[in-house]
Design a binder for this molecule. Structure first.
Ligand SMILES: [Zn+2]
Length: 234
């Protein structure tokens, strides 16, 4: 069986190449889509700056990443049109905003939200430096220049996960086994999902159509090249 490689980002470089006068242009990727992409009978993809994946099992659904806040409503609509079953788990490949923007829209009473344990500090780190990153993001992503904002304090981030793990987390839903691995690279909290019976790998932002963004223009902490190497090999 062919191995499915499902990336969290689609065309990062292309999106930046298309920058025009419209603010938020990169974040608008996929907003013109009318339906979700059927990858297999059980896996669907809503395309965007931050893809959302729906995995259907007989006992309920699993959402892998939730896109950015601007795209999340559309992704929910397009994927629920494919299958509106209960959402048993949301898996966040990492804590970047283009993967976490729709958690609140998908989460139901009892939905487990799975993240690697470094996500707690990573979300705090992003929040702690939010004012700094906001200015740099406005230049990098052509966002409107932000207004002054209050500093949230050392650990001001809203946490999302209800299930945190260290190296590996496994669960079976509706007879489908999900293996979730810590794969640092894009971020220290990055994880990858492997569904053995369908040979489907969800690689988040560790693998996309671009050389890894080892040092971001906005000045986030450097991303360790050997982390990528180890994670991509494993
Ligand atoms: Zn990312």
């Amino acid at each position: 069986m062919t191995k499915l490689l499902l990336s969290g980002a689609l065309t990062t470089v292309a999106a930046f190449a298309q920058l025009g006068a419209d603010p938020l242009t990169p974040m608008r990727e996929g907003l013109d889509r009318k339906e979700a992409v059927k990858i297999t009978d059980n896996i669907y993809q809503a395309v965007g700056f931050g893809n959302t994946f729906l995995v259907v099992t007989p006992a309920g659904n699993v959402i892998i990443d939730t896109s950015n806040a601007l795209s999340a409503n559309l992704h929910v609509k397009l994927l629920k049109a494919r299958n509106a079953g209960p959402v048993k788990y949301i898996i966040l490949t990492h804590g970047h905003g283009d993967h976490t923007g729709g958690v609140a829209l998908w989460k139901e009473p009892g939905t487990g939200v799975i993240a690697q344990k470094n996500q707690v500090e990573f979300l705090n780190y992003q929040e702690r430096l939010n004012r700094f990153f906001a200015l740099r993001n406005s230049a990098q992503f052509v966002f409107p220049r932000p207004a002054e904002m209050a500093w949230p304090g050392d650990e001001g981030a809203k946490q999302l996960a209800t299930i945190l793990f260290d190296d590996k987390y496994e669960f079976t839903l509706g007879g489908v086994k999900f293996e979730v691995f810590s794969t640092p690279g894009e971020t220290p909290d990055h994880l990858s999902v492997w569904i053995p019976q369908w040979r489907a790998a969800f690689t988040g932002d560790n693998f996309y159509a671009s050389f890894p963004n080892i040092y971001t223009l906005r000045g986030t902490e450097p991303r360790m090249a050997l982390d990528y190497v180890h994670s991509l090999r494993s």
